[in-house]
Design a protein around this ligand. Structure first.
Ligand SMILES: NC(=O)c1ccc[n+]([C@@H]2O[C@H](COP(=O)([O-])OP(=O)(O)OC[C@H]3O[C@@H](n4cnc5c(N)ncnc54)[C@H](O)[C@@H]3O)[C@@H](O)[C@H]2O)c1
Length: 304
């Protein structure tokens, strides 16, 4: 019996790449899947019926799935997604907010349209899809649900040429922490994935550096490596694990630091003078560096 038997999962952007792998794995673990994808180009333009192909794959393997081609960037699209799960499978337990696009430019060249499109699909998309699901959880008192959100090292660490995408992805990590708080009462967890996988989103970056992507590379670094931790977080075994950020890819699974005060000085009275700050700020920066070194040591991969 699969880990997700009897569960209903909605996976956005599941027509290809990481989302498709999550949909296939969750289906193989017994979940009924709503495969959402509008089938756009990487920059968010265009549409195609690719969700149907993944539905067919799931059905051919003996699973149950329904297709949805709404945009996650619309409030109506997000509402249609929860409704699609209810209409086809009579409930909803898991939401994977995975759909995404890219419009990379430095700030010097980033148009308002590039900014808005990326914020709309990623950050607003998380709002559009999560709100109807959260309202359904509350109205039905549906306990034990799961929300899985997609961030990126781009937003968590920073990446040149991706101010729009990084702003959205850092915002998603914050959004996820708030969902963890607001839905805890219903036993619903909200966690964030920071993936690293070879997909049409990242392969061009490799190719632009003159590196060819071969079949072997897809086996060791393809999107299939992101799906297992997502399916695990969706299961009963992950009850109580919430508000976390898991980084995964290429066979690695890691948990990330959350923002936290490392060291602080407290002035008894008055406000800090410039000369006092001359004294203490280098001390704060040094404490942060020491903390980063300790984290680098504990983050050395443990082979299993
Ligand atoms: N591949 C990586 O290494 C990587 C790294 C960090 C973060 N991510 C994130 O992981 C997620 C999946 O990325 P991927 O690499 O599989 O990319 P991908 O381009 O292969 O897949 C994304 C899918 O989302 C769909 N989509 C786009 N806009 C949509 C919309 N408005 N409504 C519904 N569907 C829409 C696309 O049609 C596409 O099929 C994204 O959120 C991405 O930002 C990926």
């Amino acid at each position: 019996m699969g880990r997700l038997e009897g569960k209903v999962a909605v996976v956005t952007g599941a027509g290809r790449g990481i989302g498709r792998e999550i949909a296939l794995l969750m289906a193989s673990q017994g979940a009924k899947i709503v495969v959402n994808d509008l089938g756009g180009n990487t920059d968010g333009t265009g549409t195609a019926m690719i969700a149907d192909d993944v539905v067919a794959e799931i059905r051919a393997a003996g699973g149950e799935a329904a297709s949805n081609t709404d945009s996650v960037a619309d409030v109506a699209g997000g509402e249609a997604l929860t409704q699609c799960a209810l209409d086809n499978f009579g409930g909803m337990d898991i939401l994977v907010n995975n759909a995404g696009i890219l419009r990379d430019r430095t700030i010097f060249k980033m148009s308002e349209a590039d900014w808005d499109a990326v914020i709309a699909v990623h950050l607003k998309g998380h709002y559009c899809c999560t709100r109807p699901f959260a309202n359904y959880i509350r109205a039905e008192n549906r306990t034990g649900c799961r929300i899985i959100n997609f961030s990126s090292v781009s937003g968590l660490f920073g990446n040149f040429g991706q101010a729009n995408y990084a702003a959205a992805k850092a915002g998603i990590a914050g959004f996820s922490r708030v969902m963890a708080l607001e839905l805890a009462k219903y036993g619903c967890t909200s966690n964030t994935i920071s993936p690293g996988a070879l997909t049409r989103m990242t392969i061009p970056l490799r190719e632009n550096r003159g590196e060819k992507v071969e079949e072997d590379d897809m086996a060791s670094g393809g999107p299939q490596h992101i799906a297992p931790i997502c399916a695990w977080i969706a299961g009963e075994e992950a009850a109580g694990i919430t508000g976390e950020i898991f980084h995964t890819g290429r066979g690695g699974v890691s948990i990330m630091q959350q923002p936290k005060i490392i060291k602080q000085f407290q002035k008894k009275t008055g406000v800090w003078s410039m000369s006092e700050l001359d004294e203490i700020v280098p001390d704060l920066v040094a404490a942060k560096k020491a903390n980063a070194i300790a984290a680098n040591i504990s983050a050395e991969p443990i082979e299993v």
